[in-house]
Write a protein that binds this ligand. Structure first.
Ligand code: DP6
Length: 399
């Protein structure tokens, strides 16, 4: 075969996930080992995804990384940990010897990564980002094994984005982290009626990042210790049953309680951390009024380390609840862009519902709503025209 010309490339996409039993706190900050197991729902990549191209060439003189078209430092310790682990596994697979057909591990690599959603919207991008990085690198080096353990080294929650549907990150017991892995609990097809609404309330950056925040919580919050030791093991088993039975009442109740307890541990941290804003709290109150009006759990909220609300609902509730949100937070401008993602039907609200649920509207407090659903894990992009890097190994100019 003639000598290889141009870089060898692989492109993958990976999803965002939202935890319904939250991860908060590490027992090992270097290996990223959690103090408790967690459970999440993988969101569909049609609405939220990261795309990453990894390329290797004998002509590259250094490893390089571009995020959303901008070059960033490839020396970031977590990026380096992922790179090192993937290369180590590739080396192990080849049994130390050089396989002539395999890509040389001595080549430098170029990586380009992009989100199809605004990073500034405060939506968890590190989980999708590291899951995608590891998936693309694995493809490049021809690794077949399960790599949630490697994605975990980038960001804890990233290990859960290595699967679709409903995913558990089991805490593990071993000090080396080899049993701290993600496992699929049920595929994305398991609960076809389940829908997700992301209520984007703020584009501001978090006041305290998750990594620093959770470390302070581990050091100072007795509630977090109790949560990890006593509450989460029970809740995890319950949540698995609710998912298995597609029991929205149980699932929704527990998701809300677990989100609330996570934010309670933030308040119990010293100095305290506040991720929820007044608008977040209004959304919480709205969800409870809405459920009370209907006499059962129709919607459930969950908040990560930021003010945006993620709402779970069944498909037949979406149109009505979206209208309730529109009335409660009337769009300031671009009203036609208020609802994005999957189509949402129209709904007429009864006077009774409006009277009971829509109290004191706050114009402009919710920027937009993204309608999505559970989706699959990382995907390989076959079409070479979709590579984010050109034949010269540099980012393609974006349209
Ligand atoms: C509140 O995974 O972002 O979203 O492991 O330090 O990178 P690091 O933290 P990260 O924390 C996510 C915390 C959370 C809850 C969750 O996703 O389980």
């Amino acid at each position: 075969m003639a000598a290889e010309r141009g870089p060898v490339m692989a492109t993958c996409t990976a999803p965002v996930n939202i935890a319904v039993i939250k991860y908060w706190g590490k027992r090992d900050t270097d290996l990223i080992l959690p103090i408790n197991s967690s459970l999440s729902v993988t969101l569909h990549q049609d609405q939220l995804k990261t795309t990453t191209t990894a390329a290797a060439s004998r002509d590259f003189t250094e490893d390089r990384l571009w995020l959303n078209g901008k070059e960033v430092d490839v020396g970031h310790p977590r990026v380096q940990a992922c790179l090192r682990e993937v290369r180590r596994l590739a080396r192990k697979r080849r049994g130390g010897g050089e396989d002539a057909a395999a890509l040389s591990l001595s080549y430098k690599i170029h990586i380009a990564s992009e989100n199809n959603f605004p990073t500034a919207a405060g939506l968890a991008s590190s989980a999708a980002g590291y899951a995608c990085l590891v998936s693309a690198l694995a493809r490049l080096y021809g690794l077949q094994e399960e790599l949630s353990e490697v994605a975990r080294r980038g960001s804890g929650s990233a290990c859960r984005s290595m699967f679709g549907g409903f995913v558990q990150w089991q805490r593990g017991e071993r000090p080396d982290g080899t049993d701290s892995l993600a496992l699929q609990v049920a595929p994305e097809t398991h609960w076809p009626e389940l829908r997700v609404l992301v209520l984007v309330v703020s584009g501001e950056k978090k006041p305290v990042g998750s990594t620093a925040g959770m470390q302070t919580s581990v050091e100072t919050s007795p509630l977090l210790k109790h949560r990890a030791e006593v509450v989460v093991p029970e809740r995890l088993a319950q949540m698995m049953r609710h998912i298995r039975d597609r029991d929205f009442e149980g699932f929704g109740q527990l998701a809300m309680r677990d989100s609330n307890q996570f934010h309670a541990t933030c308040l119990d941290t010293f100095p305290p951390i506040f991720y929820l804003t007044d608008v977040s709290r209004r959304i919480i109150a709205l969800a409870h009024r809405y459920n009370a009006h209907h006499g059962h759990t129709k919607v459930a909220y969950s908040f990560d380390a930021g003010p945006n609300a993620v709402i779970f609902a069944l498909a037949d509730t979406v149109a009505e609840f979206v209208e309730v949100v529109r009335r409660s937070f009337p769009p300031a401008t671009n009203g036609d862009q208020f609802v994005r993602g999957l189509p949402v039907g129209s709904a007429v609200l009864s006077q009774e519902l409006v009277g009971a649920v829509v109290t004191e509207p706050v114009p402009g407090a919710v920027q937009y709503i993204l309608h999505t659903q559970p989706g699959p894990g990382p995907q390989l992009v076959d079409d070479p025209s979709q590579h984010l890097l050109g034949a010269d190994g540099l980012p393609r100019s974006r349209a």
